[in-house]
Design a protein around this ligand. Structure first.
Ligand code: FRU
Length: 474
């Protein structure tokens, strides 16, 4: 495949060198947003897991800090420091909680990786692992849970100061669960309850749980993993959210709705935090495990996070919008109003690979409407809306990626007689689409050379569109 050496995106976090997967420890601490991430500094592929670290004041520009934690010879002597999260302690220090993977000889002589939870304490720059690690092991789980799949603690403080954390775990009979633990001091933890089980409906195992209040409800987010016939787990590309009610006295979570968090191709390992102004912000890995071989040649870094999003509930469902900090970066505005399109049409000054574009399609009789992005004669990424099926399709089969990865995904986007609004964020090698003010989102890598920077519009039938593009001053 023709893969260009990717240029670094302008407002998405990437590792300076090496590999990134899940974002970790997303938090606001001592005046800055902190974002850690699963990091292999030695190669552009997954390997010994460190926590990379970056800080930002606007969620768009990130300053690299030294690696926060690295594998050691005691509590994480296996593949390293897996995913986790961060919170502030009463004494002003920052507490990181993560999965420490220990390589241990089994009774049959085989070496296996055991997953336990550990903590590290620091000042926003330097972190130390206390001697009490690990703070949670299989012994803290109820009977029947496996020591091989117990990970990804997401920590928060309750109103009374109690530390709570939700992890994922797997029962020995092979069903995933989200498990709640609590602690008075952040070091001494105990089991509270199993918050939810997938019952083999929503995947076999879960990863990267998050549990948080949102607009009067509670949300449990997890990444479901399926099982291959060989018995190995593999990651789905998606993240699901259960919206429901939480009884804080009995720690009972009642699910009311379930939804896919993003309908695109490259989106996994979400993590949220609360901003000082109360907003619930979400980040995620802008990638999926099945696509990680498709690296731009010659690139010294690989992996990126999404542009952080604000979450809200609308009619019991999560809606997502890019953080409003992006609006503050808006530069020159180009507006085309009430343009009728049929054959492929380019509009003056609409284009580029770093953009914030809003396309509004008026109600009308069209058969399908298409936006081509990152386009030239050879390449394009296509977004097509079919008002008859309500399907919005993201298709990057002409976007320069390998033939054997997923190229196309569709999701339902409701419209009134075809009226539709698409906000499209482009940043060199990614696209994030927000349909109808964030009722649906679709995220994907674009592998197309940067010289392919055209944007065009077309309709089967006739569509009347309004197009507004902001240059981003970053
Ligand atoms: C999800 C995940 C986590 C794990 C981490 C390891 O992408 O598999 O469950 O902690 O990546 O890097």
């Amino acid at each position: 495949a023709a893969i260009s050496a990717a240029e670094r995106p302008a407002y998405h976090l990437t590792p300076y060198v090496g590999w990134m997967n899940d974002p970790n420890g997303f938090s606001f601490y001592h005046g800055k947003y902190h974002l850690f991430y699963q990091y292999n500094p030695y190669a552009t592929q997954w390997g010994p897991m460190h926590w990379g670290h970056a800080v930002s004041t606007d969620l768009l520009h990130w300053e690299y800090l030294p690696c926060a934690i690295a594998p050691d010879s005691t509590s994480d002597n296996g593949p390293g420091c897996f995913s986790g999260s961060a919170t502030e302690m009463d004494d002003g220090r920052q507490l990181l909680m993560y999965t420490s993977v220990v390589s241990e000889k089994q009774p049959n002589g085989e070496m296996r990786d055991i997953q336990t939870q550990s903590v590290a304490v620091g000042d926003g720059l330097d972190y130390e692992k206390p001697a009490c690690n690990p703070v949670l092991t299989q012994k803290d789980l109820p009977e029947g849970y496996s020591k091989f799949d117990f990970r990804d603690p997401k920590i928060w403080r309750e109103a009374d100061g109690t530390y709570s954390a939700v992890t994922v775990a797997l029962t020995e009979d092979g069903s995933g669960a989200a498990v709640l633990f609590q602690s008075k001091d952040g070091f001494d933890w105990h089991f509270v309850t199993v918050l939810a089980r997938n019952n083999n409906v929503y995947g076999k195992m879960w990863e990267c749980p998050d549990f948080f209040p949102l607009d009067g409800k509670h949300v449990l987010m997890v990444g479901p993993m399926e099982m291959r016939p060989s018995g190995e787990f593999h990651n789905g590309h998606n993240v699901i959210a259960f919206v429901g009610s939480y009884d804080e006295k009995t720690h009972t979570f009642t699910r009311e709705q379930v939804q896919l968090v993003d309908g695109g191709i490259d989106f996994y390992a979400t993590q949220t935090t609360q901003a000082p102004d109360g907003r619930r912000l979400m980040t995620a890995w802008l990638q999926t495990w099945s696509d990680t071989e498709d690296k731009p040649q010659g690139c010294k870094w690989f992996g990126q996070t999404i542009c952080p999003r604000e979450l809200h509930l609308k009619d019991g469902r999560i809606v997502q919008t890019p953080v409003r900090e992006l609006d503050a970066a808006h530069g020159k505005r180009t507006l085309h109003e009430d343009v009728t399109v049929q054959n492929e049409t380019a509009l003056a000054d609409i284009g580029g690979r770093i953009a914030d574009l809003t396309v509004t399609v008026a109600a009308g009789e069209y058969r399908s409407f298409t936006v081509k992005l990152a386009a030239d004669a050879a390449y394009h990424t296509r977004l097509t809306y079919d008002p008859y099926t309500s399907l919005l399709t993201l298709d990057r089969s002409c976007a320069g990626s390998r033939a054997d990865i997923v190229h196309t995904r569709s999701c339902k986007v409701r419209s009134q007689n075809g009226a539709l609004k698409l906000r499209i964020l482009l940043d060199k090698n990614s696209v994030e689409v927000f349909a109808n003010d964030g009722e649906q989102t679709m995220t994907a890598w674009i592998y197309t050379p940067q010289s392919a920077d055209g944007i065009t519009f077309a309709a089967d039938g006739q569509a009347t569109i309004t197009v507004e593009q902001f240059e981003l001053n970053l």
